[in-house]
Write a protein that binds this ligand. Structure first.
Ligand code: 5GP
Length: 143
């Protein structure tokens, strides 16, 4: 399979599709999942095109995981979570649905189960409010 420039995350990167952005730097972009498994479920993607772990250049992967490492505790804190899961799926057999590599940051709350993946679209107003809280925490901690 070759990289499809028309995948949904490529469109988000080109601003052809809207997204609730929480962070951006020269090489990475982070935004809320529209079908969150828990409150604050965030996706972190590289700006360079790669399908998944199989084709990504190791240097790009390092850049990407650096952003995940920086953002995950801030997303968790902003949401008042008790912990978080980091998830990254490779190929349809593993559940990959969007073929532009991404890491999931899924905040976890004691006693609250994760919803099934991509099972329920969240209301736009709730996503906007959560994105604002996360951006505020990121601004506070990273400037
Ligand atoms: P995967 O299964 O490929 O690891 O995860 C893809 C994720 O993208 C899913 O969690 C799904 O809810 C999310 N998703 C699918 N379409 C869109 C979209 O248009 N916008 C956003 N923000 N997330 C999406």
């Amino acid at each position: 399979m070759s990289y499809d420039d028309n995948n949904i995350f490529a469109k988000i990167l080109r601003s052809e599709m809207p997204a609730h952005k929480v962070f951006e730097d020269d090489e990475t972009f982070a935004f809320l999942d529209i079908m969150p498994r828990t409150k604050g479920h965030t996706l972190v993607i590289p700006k360079n095109p790669s399908i998944n772990m199989i084709d990504i250049d190791p240097d790009n992967l390092c850049v990407l995981i650096r952003s995940v490492h920086k953002l995950a505790p801030l997303v968790s804190k902003a949401m008042g979570a008790d912990g978080f899961v980091i998830q990254q799926l490779n190929e349809a057999a593993a559940g990959q649905m969007v073929f532009h590599i991404h890491f999931h940051i899924v905040p976890r709350y004691l006693g609250v189960p994760m919803k099934h993946a991509a099972s329920e679209k969240e209301q736009d107003g709730i996503l906007s409010a959560n994105a604002k809280l996360i951006r505020q925490e990121i601004d506070k901690q990273l400037g």
